[in-house]
Design a protein around this ligand. Structure first.
Ligand code: GLP
Length: 244
């Protein structure tokens, strides 16, 4: 679906999430959301906060699982996704703290495998993801599933692509400070979501969106796997679909 502006597209995404949250509330059930970081979802979170403040949308029944986190990183670091999520969403809504799940970027290395297995198991035991939000990186990564990631991959430690580290360099005040690894939900983990919403704004995403939507399905552009999921919404602004 193409909207004239990123703001209009973001409002549509936020309204879709709000309607699922409210529907679940009416049924007395939880709503399980997979959340993303980066600049793309910021305007979606801003609209969710507005709906909370002005239209009484509550998040008491919402359970969240974030896609990824740099490793190693302290939760209090400027660039940590924990910090991002609190700043742009959680601090401003009424979600119970114990319902929030974000990969832990500061656990000892030998505990990562167990942490990742438990993360996937926790998503399953929460009832699975109702909706997974996704941005897209220049390499075609979703979460931090870089080129070479398999369709059946699960949550794990991954080595970041050079292009991804260049793109993150300004956040870290220099490429040499960007962590070399990250913990990411796998493509298989993401694919278990009942619905996936991929978002992209701006002309900088036009090329990768063309490859993702119209290109051959390949491990070298992991986002192309989305062509095979039964319920994906690709939400774009006019600029990001310039090459379609
Ligand atoms: C990072 C995140 C991704 C995100 C991507 C794009 O790599 N791990 O989840 O989709 O950046 O970021 P942006 O939305 O800022 O373009």
């Amino acid at each position: 679906t193409i909207y004239p502006t990123a703001d209009q597209a973001s409002q549509a995404v936020a309204h879709e999430l709000a309607s699922i949250i409210r529907q679940r509330q009416a049924e007395g059930r939880n709503c399980v959301l997979g959340l993303a970081t980066g600049s793309t979802p910021k305007s979606v979170y801003a609209e969710l906060i507005r709906l909370h403040r002005e239209e009484g949308l509550s998040f008491y029944n919402v359970i969240t699982f974030n896609l990824d986190e740099y490793y190693p990183i302290s939760w209090s670091a400027l660039q940590s996704y924990v910090r991002f999520m609190w700043e742009y969403l959680f601090d401003h809504i009424d979600i119970p703290k114990e319902n929030i799940n974000i990969p832990n970027g500061s656990i000892p290395k030998e505990e990562i495998d167990t942490f990742c297995k438990n993360y996937d198991a926790k998503i399953d035991s929460a009832g699975g993801l109702d909706v997974q939000l996704l941005g897209i990186g220049r390499t075609g990564h979703i979460g931090f599933n870089e080129p070479g990631s398999r369709l059946d991959s699960t949550t794990r430690l991954i080595t970041l692509d050079h292009v991804t580290r260049i793109d993150a360099a300004s956040d870290f005040f220099g490429e040499e400070h960007v962590p070399r690894t990250a913990i990411t939900m796998g493509i298989g983990t993401i694919f278990k979501a009942k619905r996936i919403i991929l978002m992209a704004w701006g002309e900088g995403k036009a090329q990768i969106i063309k490859k993702t939507v119209e290109g051959k399905i390949t491990e070298s552009i992991p986002a192309t796997f989305l062509q095979t999921h039964p319920n994906v919404g690709v939400i774009l602004d006019t600029a990001s679909c310039a090459e379609l």
